[in-house]
Design a protein around this ligand. Structure first.
Ligand code: GUN
Ligand code: FE
Length: 445
C-alpha cells in the first residue's frame, strides 16, 4: 500500500490526553507511523494537503444490521415486536444471496460516506456469506455474524433453524472469515435476543466464544414487552439470565439496555459488559430512553450504533451523536452528555467495546490508520474562532462534511467519491432486490 502523508491538518487525536493538534499524520501500509507538528520532510508515496481540514478517528458503530438496509422505509411507525413480526422477519425471510450482498453494500456505502470505519454487524439467518463478501470488498472494518434464531413464535419458516444447524453454520462462517485481511474482519456470534434463542443454543455460544475468543453480539432489554416474554420464559430479566449462562463478560455487546434494574446494572459494570446505545432506533420504535449518564457515571462501557435502516432510518453517526447528547438533557440537565463525552463514545469507546482499544479509536503512532477528514468550512459550522472542535463536530457538523475516509490505511472515499463501491450499480441493484423480495413476501400493515 505504501506511505501516505496527511499534511497541515487539525487533528482531534482522542489519545489519552485528548489532544487536538495542528500537524501531519504519516501512514505506512495499514498503520499510523507518526503524528506530529512537522513531518513535512518525511518522504511519502502520496501527500494529501489537509490545510483547513479536521482529521478525526473513524467512528465505531457497535450495533448495525447491514441485511436490513434494503428495508429502509418499510418499517415505519411500529413498536418492536410488531415491527419484527409484521415487517422485518418476513422481509429477512425473503432475502437471497444477491439481496443480502446489495443490502450490505448499500449500508456500507452510507456508513463510509458518513465517517464510520468500524461496525459490529448482525446479519440474518441465511446468506451471511454474501455480507462477508461485501465487507471484504468494501474495505470497512467489521465484526459480523449470522443471526441465530432457534425458537420463537410467529417466526417465518425460512428463519426457523434448529440449534445444531445454527451453531454449525456460525462456526463454518467463523472459520472462514474470522481474522480475514489481518483482522479487519472478525466473527461475532449473534444470537438475536433471548426471545429467539433456546438455552441450549446460548450455552453453546458461550462455550464457543471462549474457545475461539470472539465477541457475542445480541439485543437486550430494548422493549418492555420483550422483557415480559423473557421473564415469563426464564423467570429472570435479560442481563441476569445472560449472566446466569456465563455470557456476561468483556466479550459481550448488548444493544439497547433501556430497561435495566439495579442488579442488571451491577452485572454490566462488574463484568465489563459493553452496552451499545442506539438513540435513533430507541426513539423511532418508541422503546424508551436508556439511562446512559448513569451507566457512564458508574464506569460502564457505553458506545453508539444506528441499529438497522428500517428503525432509524439512517446509519449516520452524526445523527446518533446528536441524539445521544440531546435526549438526556431534559432528563439529566444541560451539562449531561457533553460533546466530549459523546465523541469519546463514538470513537475510542466503540474501539474498546470491540476489544480493539489498542488498535483503533484514536490517532496515535502504532495504531491502525482508520481516519476521517472533515471539511468544516461551511455556514453551518462557522464561526470556528474559539469554538471547541469537538463541539463543532458533535453539535454542528453533518455527514455531508465528511470528505475522505481511510480504513486500515486504504482510502475508501476521497472527496466524496467512493473508491471501493460502484454507487450506480449498488443503487440500481438495491431497488431491483427489494422489488424481487416484495414479490415473494407479504408484509402486514
Ligand atoms: N430485537 C431482536 N431483533 C431485533 C432487530 O432486528 N432490531 C432491533 N432493533 N431489535 C431487535
Ligand atoms: Fe438491532
Amino acid at each position: 500500500m505504501g506511505s501516505l502523508l496527511i499534511k497541515n491538518a487539525q487533528i482531534v487525536t482522542m489519545n489519552a490526553q485528548e489532544e487536538i493538534i495542528n500537524g501531519d499524520i504519516l501512514i505506512r501500509d495499514s498503520r499510523i507511523e507518526a503524528v506530529g507538528p512537522a513531518l513535512d520532510e518525511t518522504p511519502a508515496d502520496r501527500v494529501i494537503n489537509a490545510s483547513g481540514r479536521t482529521v478525526i478517528p473513524g467512528f465505531v458503530q457497535t450495533h448495525v444490521h447491514l441485511c436490513q438496509t434494503l428495508f429502509r422505509g418499510k418499517g415505519d411507525d411500529l413498536e418492536l415486536m410488531d415491527w419484527l413480526k409484521k415487517r422485518i422477519w418476513p422481509l429477512e425471510a425473503s432475502h437471497d444471496e444477491e439481496s443480502v450482498y446489495y443490502s450490505a453494500m448499500l449500508g456500507i456505502g452510507e456508513l463510509l460516506q458518513s465517517g464510520t470505519t468500524t461496525i459490529v454487524d448482525m446479519e440474518t439467518v441465511h446468506h451471511t456469506e454474501s455480507a462477508f463478501r461485501a465487507i471484504a470488498q468494501s474495505g470497512i472494518r467489521a465484526l459480523s455474524g449470522k443471526v441465530m434464531m432457534d425458537k420463537g413464535s410467529e417466526v417465518p419458516l425460512a428463519l426457523q433453524e434448529n440449534t445444531a444447524a445454527s451453531i454449525q453454520e456460525s462456526v463454518d462462517l467463523l472459520e472462514k472469515w474470522h481474522m480475514y485481511d489481518s483482522g479487519r474482519i472478525q466473527y461475532a456470534f449473534s444470537p438475536r435476543f433471548v426471545v429467539s434463542c433456546t438455552e441450549e443454543l446460548l450455552k453453546e455460544v458461550q462455550k464457543l466464544s471462549v474457545h475461539y475468543n470472539v465477541h457475542v453480539h445480541t439485543h437486550a432489554s430494548e422493549n418492555r414487552g420483550e422483557i415480559a416474554i423473557v421473564e415469563q420464559e426464564t423467570g429472570m430479566r435479560n442481563v441476569i439470565y445472560l449472566d446466569h449462562l456465563s455470557l456476561a463478560n468483556e466479550r459481550l455487546i448488548l444493544a439497547h439496555c433501556i430497561w435495566l434494574d439495579e442488579e442488571e446494572k451491577r452485572i454490566i459494570r462488574e463484568k465489563g459488559v459493553h452496552v451499545s446505545h442506539c438513540p435513533g432506533s430507541n426513539l423511532k420504535l418508541a422503546s424508551g430512553i436508556a439511562d446512559v449518564p448513569e451507566l457512564l457515571d458508574a464506569g460502564s462501557s457505553v458506545s453508539l450504533g444506528a441499529d438497522g435502516a428500517p428503525c432509524n432510518n439512517n446509519l449516520d453517526m452524526f445523527n446518533e451523536m446528536r441524539l445521544a447528547a440531546l435526549i438526556q438533557k431534559p432528563i439529566h440537565g444541560p451539562t449531561s452528555m457533553n460533546a466530549r463525552t459523546v465523541f469519546r463514545m463514538a470513537t475510542i469507546g466503540g474501539a474498546r467495546a470491540v476489544g480493539m482499544g489498542h488498535e483503533i479509536g484514536s490517532i496515535e503512532a502504532g495504531k491502525r490508520a482508520d481516519l476521517v477528514m472533515l471539511n468544516l468550512n461551511h455556514f453551518h459550522t462557522f464561526p470556528s474562532y474559539d469554538v471547541d472542535p469537538v463541539s463543532r463536530i458533535v453539535y454542528s457538523a453533518t455527514r455531508a462534511d465528511v470528505e475522505t475516509t481511510i480504513v486500515d490505511g486504504r482510502i475508501v472515499m476521497e472527496n466524496g467519491m467512493m473508491k471501493t463501491i460502484d454507487k450506480t450499480t449498488v443503487l440500481r441493484e438495491a431497488d431491483a432486490s427489494i422489488k424481487r423480495l416484495l414479490k415473494k413476501t407479504t408484509i402486514m400493515h
